[in-house]
Design a protein around this ligand. Structure first.
Ligand SMILES: Cc1cc2nc3c(=O)[nH]c(=O)nc-3n(C[C@H](O)[C@H](O)[C@H](O)COP(=O)(O)OP(=O)(O)OC[C@H]3O[C@@H](n4cnc5c(N)ncnc54)[C@H](O)[C@@H]3O)c2cc1C
Length: 500
């Protein structure tokens, strides 16, 4: 959230009077290709206006015209409803929330990585968590009556992503190991982004650029938007643009692995925000002579995840979840600004219901004997410096995920990836440090990345159609019989479950 562009989609709080929660809800269902959980999508659309007022009271600042928010439009939304924070930075949202948490006396455990949720021996719910202090290597044991999982997404399993590299999907594995059901793991959203060092990696406002006459060209110099007849700005959604870019790259019409964004005048540059324009000036880049920038699809957000009900309760007693780690709110694709709306609406709900549940539950008894292995901690003394073998494995893995499980997929690519994931798992066991019994959290993190990727690749292989962000070159059409979720759960085969 802190690194986001801080745009929150909501009706009612902005100038467009024709917009309403119902229209917002209908947009979510259409964009999600009819497999979002209707009750959750409805909650998002109906509760976000009120939550925005709460954020304003806590000190979050939005672009205003009078007492209304000056909202922006993005493809897929019927009306402009993207409520932008003044600084365009997610810190604008997280800072006031953190201050409020401090004021309420919430205790923080900085530098802590949770590695396992503890399952109660009696009622099979969760009653605590184990983690590592990444600065001291000390193990940490937390007991609790309820847990809210809010660990975000898994963009970090792809070579090219706008997520921080640490977003590796730990939460999916924690929930899976605790026995929770996960859904829609095959849906990962990509967004056209800039990869042009020394300029900062970032999403690009491609529709605004195209409207102002900028072009995206392949190695043959073809304007790829024109080539794919992508002329109507309403059709220029992230999934479509990412897919055509990826198709050009995979078919070899790339320029050093990228598509070229050609900016030919300063007006086009105005599509970017002020900070980016200052960087361009700082780099002394002269736009009058045509600016050529490398772009490609970046992994942006994970749409699948832990299945929840309206109270954010997962299928495991005592385990609640909210935000990007959850699946089912958006379905097969997500509208811009709806990820933060989801995190805010369901974050508030999860907190309320977890607190209520805690009042009725006794603290379970933890059998520390069974946890001995996890509680040994990390011997930091042994693991200073980078493990080169691990880094080589990880780099190869990230590249494979991007090429094979990205915006364009096929049975052949997915089969190969699953085979390689098994091979990486075997190779991890052969790493010298692992053989010596030294626990490294990098190994824990990489193992989690492989496990999340396995869930995504296997679900993508299982879904023999194309829908939303999931595009199969061998099954290019949407099929009615696939208007379902795919559920992933420990000790159970992948299976279709109905959309509610
Ligand atoms: C560059 C960028 C721009 C974006 N802009 C927008 C936007 O403008 N509007 C919008 O709607 N969406 C946007 N998104 C998406 C949106 O920001 C995210 O979906 C949302 O912030 C997720 O919030 P969250 O609370 O679920 O997770 P996060 O905010 O990602 O927080 C998860 C936290 O869990 C911690 N964590 C993870 N694993 C562990 C572990 N094992 N132990 C302990 N802690 C752990 C992480 O360190 C992190 O602090 C953007 C995303 C990116 C990457």
């Amino acid at each position: 959230t802190a690194v986001s562009a801080a745009v929150i989609s909501s009706s009612l709080v902005h100038l467009e009077t024709k917009d309403s929660p119902e229209v917002h809800y209908e947009d979510i269902v259409r964009k999600g290709r009819f497999i979002c959980e209707r009750n959750l999508a409805r909650l998002l659309a109906y509760e976000i206006p009120q939550e925005i007022l709460v954020l304003k009271e806590l000190g979050v600042r939005f672009d205003m015209i009078g007492d209304k928010i000056n909202a922006g439009w993005a493809p897929g939304h019927t009306y402009p409803r993207g409520c932008r924070c003044t600084t365009r930075m997610g810190l604008e949202i997280t800072r006031p929330l953190k201050n409020e948490a401090f004021r309420l006396g919430v205790k923080f455990l900085p530098n802590t990585m949770i590695t396992k949720l503890i399952t109660d021996l009696i009622d099979e719910g969760v009653n605590g968590a184990i983690g590592i202090n990444m600065k001291t290597g000390e193990p940490i044991l937390i007991t609790s009556k309820a847990i809210v999982l809010a660990t975000g997404g898994a963009g970090g399993i792809y070579k090219y992503t706008d997520n921080p590299a640490s977003m590796t999907g730990d939460g999916y594995v924690l929930a899976y190991e605790a026995g929770a059901e996960l859904i829609d793991m095959e849906f990962v959203q990509f967004h056209p982004g800039l990869i042009h060092p020394p300029l900062p990696k970032q999403d690009i406002p491609y529709h605004s650029l195209v409207v102002r006459g900028a072009a995206f060209r392949n190695a043959l110099g073809e304007d790829i938007f024109k080539k794919y007849n992508l002329i109507d700005v309403r059709q220029m959604t992230r999934d479509v643009v990412s897919r055509i870019m990826m198709a050009e790259i995979l078919e070899g019409r790339d320029v050093h692995g990228k598509i070229i964004l050609e900016i030919s005048d300063e007006n086009q540059l105005n599509s970017f925000d002020g900070t980016f324009q200052k960087i361009i000036q700082f780099q002394k880049i002269n736009v009058k002579e045509k600016l050529l920038l490398g772009v490609l699809p970046l992994a942006h957000s994970t749409l699948g995840g832990v299945k929840i009900d309206e109270k954010c309760q997962t299928t495991v007693e005592g385990l609640y979840a909210a935000g990007e780690v959850v699946g089912g709110v958006h379905g097969a694709d997500r509208l811009a600004g709806n990820a933060l709306a989801e995190a805010i609406v369901f974050g508030a709900r999860a907190g309320r219901y977890a607190a209520k549940f805690s009042k009725s539950r006794k603290l379970g008894v933890i059998d520390k004997g069974q946890l001995k292995e996890e509680l040994t901690g990390v011997d930091l003394h042994h693991i200073r410096g980078e493990d080169q073998t691990l880094k080589t494995l990880k780099d190869a893995f990230l590249d494979i995920m991007w090429k094979n499980v990205g915006p364009v997929r096929s049975k052949e690519k997915l089969d190969k990836t699953i085979e390689l994931i098994y091979s990486f798992k075997r190779q991890i066991k052969e790493l010298p440090s692992v053989k010596d019994g030294i626990q490294r959290y990098e190994v824990f993190e990489f193992t989690n990345m492989l496990r999340v990727s396995e869930m995504i690749a296997k679900s993508a292989l299982f879904r023999t159609e194309s829908r939303g962000t999931h595009f199969r070159i061998d099954f290019p059409n949407e099929k009615d019989e696939w208007t379902t979720h795919i559920a992933v759960q420990k000790s159970a085969p992948l299976r279709k479950i109905p959309v509610v």
